[in-house]
Design a binder for this molecule. Structure first.
Ligand code: GAP
Length: 547
């Protein structure tokens, strides 16, 4: 039931986003382009406000962080150095009957989820015990994990009754099998053993959801980068890539920014920009797109101080999310047990979407991997001279800095914001059925800060309303509306998250006051026109989020 409600809520958010001009399917009149979306008139405003919140928090509130805007096209060697040409792959498998293509790891993950679903019968205490055990196993070395597999797979292994007194034997067998598969899949992915991935799909009887058969091809690697042709290149190759992350534009400009900005370590470089990935499985609306936007910051630190800064950014980034007023239990960290080869720590900030907890942002301690790779491939030194004194009173000298990265998907943040704000309220009374759809956006993020309504279209009220709007529009995004009854106009603004509606009536002409109506409480009060800028400014100020 809860799942049905969640699916329903998600569908409602998607149709609301379209109906009110937030998000449209790209090229809709041609039946759309899969996993590509356009932001409409209100979506563009909301997206810009999210960007501003991030840019202010990361760049303008930090004296030691600056922002850049690097090009989408980069020299092809950048992607060789970063590892994307050789390693930015998804393992794909096709079903020969349905001709549908799947990510092999996602098929297996679905199977693991299916096996783990029996955990629901364990009860809270046993479930926690099992999850602790699972973390313990996943934290072992590869050899340590591999050693466990036979006993997990052995159907005859006896359930430890002392540890799990009330767990049902059959459920236990499923869960145990789930853990075996999780471990086997992780090891196969890590060693890029594609044949093993195929064997797991066959052994665990994974079937195609469309054809319901297990008639699979072999697993093949599929690179996620889009490539295109560029004029003649020196080496005779004219293939360039659309960047799959904005981070590399920061790494290659590390010394340019450090020297021209006379930056002293620790310092950060931030940017917001488009990234492109040829996602094979693109789903859940703007959650996984082929063209999307990232807001990334690379923080350059002294080697040895990386762990400290990783913890700092982990906390700072969650604080940024929570300042928007989201319920804290909607967020959680997901620390990576298995780390990418260049990382010595990594965590995801996950949000509870209607389809479960999913990553919104990653915080990665990337060591000196990227800068060293670019030194190697470009033949240029990317070092910093640190003349601060160490414990022995000597300058730290030359080194390649370590990097902590914070990387958030702007579109995912947009989706999170819409889902979090969307509310269908029943306002029925004994006498009357009534309801409203509300976007409870933080006022600083709301596309329009204020809507201005003349009560009627005559008696000089539109002119007075326009006069008010003309003074407010320099500081606030305003909308003017005179069509329909006031109640209907209120509802329209509630649905797009406008925090204030002003109604200009005949009294306004006499005493220069208007009624101001508050979106969330629906309360109305009479205020002097001269006080409007102060009231709206206070509620929509970035200070409410950043201070
Ligand atoms: N530079 C590090 C990096 O790109 P990532 O985890 O691949 O790391 C960072 O991506 C963030 O970008 C993710 O947390 C997610 O919010 C967003 N993101 C990644 N792929 C995406 C996609 N296909 N569609 C929308 N957002 C995506």
């Amino acid at each position: 039931m809860a799942q049905k409600n969640n699916d329903e809520q998600f569908k409602n958010v998607i149709s609301h986003a379209k109906e009110y001009g937030f998000v449209f399917q790209s090229s809709e009149i041609y039946d759309g382009l899969s996993a590509v979306y356009d932001y409409g008139q209100l979506g563009a405003e909301l997206k810009n406000n999210i960007k501003t919140y991030w840019w202010k928090a990361m760049v303008q509130m930090h004296e030691n962080i600056v922002g850049i805007d690097s090009a989408i096209f980069m020299h092809p060697k950048v992607w060789k150095a970063s590892g994307h040409v050789d390693g930015f792959n998804d393992p794909m498998i096709d079903n020969k009957d349905s001709k549908k293509r799947y990510r092999a790891d996602q098929l297996l993950e679905n199977k693991i989820d299916e096996l783990y679903s029996e955990l629901a019968t364990f009860g809270a205490e046993n479930k926690t015990k099992f999850e602790e055990f699972q973390q313990e196993i996943l934290g072992l070395s590869d050899e340590g994990q591999a050693a466990w597999i036979p006993s997990f797979k052995d159907e005859t292994t006896i359930l430890d009754r002392a540890k799990y007194p009330f767990v049902d034997e059959t459920s236990w067998r499923f869960v145990k099998k789930g853990l075996a598969l999780e471990v086997e899949m992780n090891l196969a992915l890590k060693s890029e053993n594609l044949a093993q991935l195929k064997d797991l799909i066959v052994d665990y009887k994974v079937i195609c959801p469309i054809s319901k058969t297990s008639n699979w091809t072999d697993v093949r690697q599929f690179n996620l980068m889009f490539s295109t042709q560029f004029g003649a290149m020196a080496e005779g190759s004219d293939e360039v890539y659309l960047r799959p992350e904005t981070a590399q534009g920061i790494f290659v400009n590390f010394l340019n920014v450090q020297k021209s900005g006379r930056m002293k370590i620790p310092f950060g470089i931030a940017q917001i920009g488009k990234a492109f990935r040829n996602e094979v499985i693109a789903r859940q609306f703007i959650m996984r797109m082929r063209e999307f936007e990232q807001m990334e910051m690379q923080f350059f630190v002294r080697p040895g101080e990386d762990k400290k800064w990783f913890e700092y950014w982990k906390e700072a980034r969650l604080k940024w999310h929570k300042a928007l007023g989201t319920s804290p239990d909607k967020y959680r960290y997901h620390d990576h047990v298995k780390l990418a080869h260049y990382a010595n720590a990594a965590t995801d900030i996950e949000f509870e979407f209607p389809f479960g907890f999913k990553e919104v942002e990653g915080i990665h301690s990337r060591t000196d991997f990227d800068l060293k790779q670019h030194e190697k491939f470009s033949g240029k030194k990317l070092q910093y001279f640190d003349n601060d004194l160490n414990e022995e009173g000597k300058p730290y000298g030359n080194y390649v800095p370590y990097v902590i990265e914070t990387s958030i998907g702007l579109d995912r943040m947009f989706l999170l914001t819409m889902i979090n704000a969307f509310e269908e309220q029943d306002l029925s009374t004994e006498d009357k059925q009534d309801s409203r759809t509300l976007l409870r956006l933080h006022p600083a993020l709301a596309p329009y800060k204020v809507a201005v309504f003349p009560l009627t279209k005559k008696d000089g009220l539109p002119e007075k309303a326009r006069e008010i709007m003309d003074t407010l529009k320099f500081d606030f995004n305003c909308i003017y509306e005179e069509k329909d009854a006031i109640g209907k106009r209120y509802r329209r603004q509630d649905a797009v998250g406008t925090p204030f509606c002003l109604t200009v009536d005949h009294q306004s002409l006499e005493d220069n006051t208007v009624t101001i109506r508050h979106r969330d409480s629906m309360e109305q009060e009479r205020v002097a026109i001269a006080d409007l800028a102060g009231i709206i400014g206070k509620a929509t100020s970035w200070k409410n989020l950043l201070a």
